[in-house]
Write a protein that binds this ligand. Sequence first.
Ligand SMILES: [Zn+2]
Length: 206
Amino acid sequence: METTVTPKEALRRLKAGNQRFLQGGHSLTALDLEKMRGELVSGQHPFAVVIACSDSRVPPSLIFDQDLGDLFVIRVAGNVVGPSQVASVEYAVDVLKSSLVVVVGHTGCGAIGAAVKAMLNPDLHYSPSMDMLMGRIGEAIEDDPAFSDAPSIDAKCTIAGRANVQHALGNLVSLSDIIGTAVSEGRLELIGAEYDMASGIVHWMR
Ligand SMILES: [Zn+2]
């Protein structure tokens, strides 16, 4: 059964997992999975939290090649962080003792593309709920000169995707005393990443 791992060890595991993914990932037999399920019935101790986009091409357990019970995954279009995501991370940190939170954006994100389009066309509206999501992504870039100066839509999307990850990381701390305290006490680290859909490589933002 998993015991609490350090933030450093958690990051090492994710990096190693992405390397395995690039080489085809490890495969499990039905017997392995049965044993794993049995061991996990009594509880979970996921070593990391991953906040990722809902995009079907970016499944965290696959791209980090992790098993049942390893990752506490929160998925929402555009990997944004609002109150529901904050509460989920608080549970993982406070109760499950996860030591690392990764916000992973990705290349070719439809939500980012739609948000960029909405930023450039103030009259453009989707549904009320989608507008709210676009607005959350928009907060990440509204005062960013790099975004307004970027010469093309593609360049704006790249900048917006990365700024959106940083904004999400900032929200985790600014919206939660539990998360902020865990970070300041060294029990928790937050890190941003970007998944390149073409290569399968996760690029870390530090
Ligand atoms: Zn996406």
